[in-house]
Ligand binder design. Structure first.
Ligand code: GUN
Length: 283
């Protein structure tokens, strides 16, 4: 039997609708949630993501602006802007779009963002809080995936969860969230010796590697829940995930599509984090 699909667009819409009342309540108290997105350089994918993030904020009545720098800008200029935004009471969230150009020290830039405004959840203190099981800001993509499990009625406790990919943005925080939810977690990556051994026994499989259609139906356990975090552009211009949807949907019990799966949830949870930041400030 073909898998049930978790519709990220529908869930994102439902959540964004529910955010509007919170934004209005904050605005009425003079705390309209505000997000600044900083983009360095002209990476075409990043330009699209940044535009979508700003528009998603504006669509639910939040304040948002983007600040764009040339690729060769001095890091000190960006750090000075972050310091200014840290002190601005109208700005509740600051996001620096990654990747940054080679001459940047990414860690230094991310650590410069105030922990209270780190709506990406990338600051070491926020990652540490998540690791200790008391999260303050959770990285948006894995946070969105957790909402999808909730929507799909997936009970994570005691399940074998396998994550393919160990990035700071997705793989590692995803592992922490799944551990906190009671799953038994394995993180696979480019040095993993026998990927198939791991994927075949996964009740929950999260693919976050950036390789088009690398997870095929013969690699997964019948009835598995398959979450596709990949967004890859094929030579014909079409988008596809890290999961071969057509073959996996015949084996899985639940699956997320690309596009229309995890993607819209990432921005939704960015909105959630920024509203949460504004609510904390307004208390
Ligand atoms: N680049 C790819 N994904 C992300 C994300 O979630 N946040 C930021 N800041 N940059 C990214």
């Amino acid at each position: 039997m073909a898998a049930q699909i978790i519709d990220g667009n529908a869930l994102a819409q439902e959540l964004r609708q529910s955010f509007k009342a919170r934004v209005d309540a904050l605005a009425a108290k003079g705390h309209r949630p505000g997000l600044v997105v900083i983009l360095v350089g002209e990476n075409p994918a990043s330009q699209v993501y940044v535009r979508n993030k700003v528009n998603a904020c504006l669509n639910i009545g939040m304040h948002s602006e983007k600040i764009v720098y040339d690729a060769d800008v001095d890091q000190a200029v960006v750090l000075a802007k972050i310091a200014e935004l840290n002190a601005d009471p109208n700005i509740h969230g600051i996001l620096v779009q990654l990747p940054l150009p080679k001459h940047f020290d990414e860690e230094k830039v991310l650590e410069a963002i105030s922990v209270e405004k780190d709506v990406d959840g990338f600051h070491a203190e926020n990652v540490g809080a998540l690791a200790q099981g008391n999260p303050r800001f959770i990285a948006c993509t894995p946070y969105g995936v957790m909402k999808m499990f909730e929507k799909g009625g997936v009970d994570l406790a005691g399940k074998e969860a396998v994550i393919v990919g160990r990035s700071n943005i997705v793989g590692k925080p995803m592992a922490l969230l799944l551990i906190n939810a009671g799953a038994t977690v394995t993180v696979c990556h480019s040095k993993t010796k026998d990927l198939l051994f791991h994927t075949k026994r996964a009740d929950i499989l999260v693919a976050a590697v950036g390789k088009p259609k690398m997870i095929t139906g013969d690699m997964i356990k019948p009835g598995a829940v398959v979450i596709d975090v990949g967004i890859n552009r094929l030579p014909d211009g079409k988008l596809c995930g890290d999961v071969d949807f057509d073959s996996c949907k015949e084996v899985a019990s639940l699956i997320t599509p690309v596009p229309g799966g995890v993607g819209p949830m990432t921005i939704t949870m960015l909105l959630a984090n920024t509203i949460e930041a504004a609510e904390r400030k307004s208390r």
